[in-house]
Design a protein around this ligand. Sequence first.
Ligand code: ADP
Length: 298
Amino acid sequence: DITVIGSNMIDLITYIDRMPTEGETISAPSFSMGFGGKGSNQAIAAARLGADVAMITAVGGDEFGAQQLDNYEKNGIGTETIIRGKANSGVAPIFVDPTSDNRIIIVKGANEELTPEALNQFIDVIQSSKLIVLQQEIPLETNYRAIEIANEANVPVLLNPAPAVSGIDKDFVTRVQFYAPNETELATITGMPVETLDDIKEAARTLVKEGVSNLIVTLGSKGVLWISPDDAKLIPAHKVDAVDTTGAGDSFIGAFANFYVAGESIPEALAHANDYSAVTVTRPGTQKSYPTAAELNR
Ligand code: ADP
């Protein structure tokens, strides 16, 4: 029902006391590996909630690629739409210092092989979906092509413009049903301040005037703002003790997609996505922190 077209990465997380200086070798206290990439995270969140998810992505021909395929299978996502690329799998070496500040390097690798032409073999999959979910960790031309294929069959598209590119892209904002940045991305796209809620609303209205039908801005612990040409709602987040907010935005998008496709109204699906993401921030890790539907209900 949901087709995610996007990235997958292997997160290589090194917990450091400090960064080494040039030419220096140091040892670090610990290391952990995790499945990541915005596309993969969103697909896994929706699948854990029980959605029927297809994932159009490219993994490398290396050992990490094999692990990615295995991760999708374990989460009930078929591998028929997964391309085995020539490059290395996408990786993200991440350095976390004792104050929890992150330094992240992204090596896109095989994700760059998810080209517009590569989508031609999946036109049926895209056009028979109930919702297409996109982010911006694959070539933007691939997103344009995905939207074109979806629009031809009147299949709605949700674009999470992350990482954000500065400037309002008319081809995106006027042709997707849902445009879903977080507040930082909203600032980058519009070039407007997002210090206060009023600033955020102002920037959001600008995007709606440019043609966004449903703008969904996630606001971290403040919740989520939804603005359409004839409606606006702020749905507050749950008050929880957050321990790790990595991947919160992706969990939100995946959960919203699941609830919306299941037939909920937009505000209902947003409220349920808030519930879902609140649970993920109380647990460590990215995909590791995403609950199943049964865990969420508990
Ligand atoms: P991103 O990960 O892109 O920065 P946000 O920080 O906006 O995304 O978080 C996405 C969603 O996750 C929020 O809209 C909210 O539902 C939930 N969330 C994030 N941080 C918290 C928090 N500290 N407490 C409760 N919910 C949170």
